[in-house]
Design a protein around this ligand. Structure first.
Ligand code: 13P
Ligand code: SF4
Length: 362
């Protein structure tokens, strides 16, 4: 049966039967398959993950497993990362190939190469700039960093990676998320005046040669369409309505939001913060809705509110549903492969160097 026909038949099947089928396939396939699930996955999917985690934890798990098949319930750059970190014999599957990341799409190799060339007209890029890519980026950009003495970071190790990067060279070009870069550098004590924003749509990123010479951190003008929806007034409103509440936010939120919150951290760090709090402590959390809802269910003794009054949900994370997970398992059971993610060899080598540099510091 073709992939499309299989999926169609699964959508025509009652969801309860699909859940039973996934359970049976999971038992049949045993250690042949490892299911990794990012914290933003929907409830019906995350329950099947062997390991749940943030981007860093899941990359570490991918690097360690010897399972022949890894089903990545997450988004495309995560599956690419897993493919880079596993052997050529292992197969990485992204159940729905349309599960991308709009932030990762905000920087591509031609744009970054062009920026590097333009920066090279002002400074000695190879000796003065460390390129740092957020893990939310294409394999080609990780490869670019590997080739140019750079590195990958995630939201949970960004300050350690920036520290390493400034130890290599005096400046950092950070892409694609301006907010993670800015929030982390400010947290490390850097002044706003030492950073500049690089707009890939303008010559020289919209900056003067003098500003480029003076900058220590060059931030790509990218952002997460989900986290940008959180606003400073949401923090103020929560504090007015719930005295004693603690506000937590992901560093992909704007600086204006992160500056006001009690704690800023990756999804894994947010979970640990809530776990460690005493009964009765209330929280407003600024990150993806599925994770916040899960924390609310897990800690009924700690009132948990979603920071924004509007729904901030990652629609691409949401694409992985039980039907796609079931189809992925069915294919493996029939010795086939459904939606494999395979990074081209030309990108794999240097991308692995950049990722392994990160993992050695993480
Ligand atoms: P972390 O998993 O590193 O917290 O990042 C969240 C995210 O946006 C994943 O795309
Ligand atoms: Fe990308 Fe934002 Fe979705 Fe994370 S939450 S996968 S950064 S779009």
């Amino acid at each position: 049966m073709s992939t499309q026909a299989l999926l169609q038949s699964l959508y025509d099947t009652p969801e309860q039967d699909i859940i039973q089928r996934i359970r049976a396939l999971r038992a049949e396939l045993g250690s042949k398959v490892l299911i990794l699930g990012h914290h933003y996955q929907r409830e019906e999917v995350i329950g099947f993950a062997d390991i749940t985690g943030d981007s860093l934890k899941l990359a570490q798990q991918a690097a360690e497993t010897d399972a022949p098949y890894i089903i990545f319930c997450g988004v495309h750059f995560m599956a690419e990362t897993a493919d880079i970190l596993t052997t050529d014999k292992q197969v990485v599957i992204l159940p729905d190939p349309a599960a991308g990341c709009s932030m990762a799409d905000m920087a591509d190799l031609p744009q970054v190469s062009e920026a590097w060339q333009q920066l090279g007209e002002i400074v000695d890029v190879d000796n003065e700039i460390t390129p740092v890519t957020y893990i939310n980026s294409t394999a080609a950009l990780k490869s670019f960093c590997g080739q140019h003495g750079g590195i990958v970071c995630t939201s949970s190790n960004c300050s350690r990676i920036l520290e390493w990067s400034w130890n290599q060279r005096s400046k950092v070009l950070f892409f694609p998320d301006q907010h993670l870069g800015r929030n982390t550098a400010l947290h490390m004590g850097m002044d706003d005046s030492e950073m500049l924003l690089w707009n890939p749509l303008q010559p020289m990123g919209g900056n003067s040669p003098e500003a480029i010479q003076a900058a220590r951190l060059i931030l790509w003008k990218g952002f997460c369409s989900v986290h940008q929806l959180f606003q400073p007034q949401h923090v103020e409103r929560m504090r007015d309505e719930h005295p004693g509440i603690q506000v937590l936010a992901h560093p992909e939120c704007s600086h204006e939001v992160c500056d006001l919150v009690d704690f800023m951290g990756s999804t894994e760090a947010i979970i640990r913060f809530v776990e460690a709090a005493p009964t009765g402590q209330s929280f407003a959390i600024g990150t993806e809705l599925n994770l916040v809802n899960r924390l609310r269910l897990r800690f009924p003794d700690k009132p948990i509110f979603f920071l924004s009054p509007i729904v901030c949900m990652c629609s691409t994370m949401f694409r992985t549903d039980p039907q796609h997970l079931c189809a992925s398992l069915e294919a493996i059971s029939g010795n086939g492969v459904f939606n494999q993610v395979k990074v081209p060899d030309k990108d794999k080598h240097h991308a692995k160097i950049a990722l392994e540099r990160m993992l050695s510091l993480a």
